[in-house]
Design a protein around this ligand. Sequence first.
Ligand SMILES: C[S@@+](CC[C@H](N)C(=O)[O-])C[C@H]1O[C@@H](n2cnc3c(N)ncnc32)[C@H](O)[C@@H]1O
Length: 253
Amino acid sequence: MLDTDFHITTISDDGSYTAFSKEYNEHYHSTKDGALNESLNKHVIPAFKVKMHQDEINILDICFGLGFNTLATIYFVKKNSLSCRLNIYSPELDAKLINSLENFIYPKEFEELREIIVKLIKNGYYKDEQLFIELFLGDAREYITKFTDKFDIVYQDAFSPSANPTLWTLEYFSDIAKAMKKDGILTTYSISLPTRIALFENGFTLYLNSGDGFRDSTVASRSLLGEFSFVDVEHKMRCNPEIASLRDCVKLG
Ligand SMILES: C[S@@+](CC[C@H](N)C(=O)[O-])C[C@H]1O[C@@H](n2cnc3c(N)ncnc32)[C@H](O)[C@@H]1O
């Protein structure tokens, strides 16, 4: 159980637990897709489909929350005996949530990774021969401006654009683009047109990630990806001229 006034632990449809945030009025994961299933199928598997042959992979995990995307990445790498070095950087605003994660009921797939969570809570980082994780307690908007041309993978997993708009604007994705390598890949559960337009306006090509057992999600890159089907955002923009990307200057929140 999570020891905070602002969260309710909930079971999701794949049997893994997630949480409901009273502050954002949203679950941390899709309860329909399931927390672990969503993390693997909408983030880790599509990203590694493209990047698994690299010797070293730098990942930006927006935002840490319950840590599923970071933990599912490590689980995936170990399960598939990948030898790549992993450097994961993850911001999180909610220090109280992080401090309560020791009591969270993680899926059995993460059982061997509990020591990582304990060390991350205690030290703000974790390090071993294959893995480095930095958990930054603070605002993701500030954190991402520290990086240039760094990330191979970005997991864009903030609360929804309506609940957490500052992490979905044109200007936010401009900073994300600067922080990513040109051939980096961004994964997100969002298939909303304003999100896709904000990415497109920052030079990303948009792709559809679909499969059995989870709802469609989006993959984006400034390089061409043969692994996914192309989403024609320009066509969608012509068909929906009233829809635009979110902007920082419009009062958000
Ligand atoms: C949908 S949850 C992330 C789920 C996470 N990937 C997981 O696997 O559990 C969104 C998280 O973003 C955090 N958050 C919201 N705004 C933020 C900001 N500006 N900077 C850093 N973290 C933020 C919230 O506290 C919440 O933990």
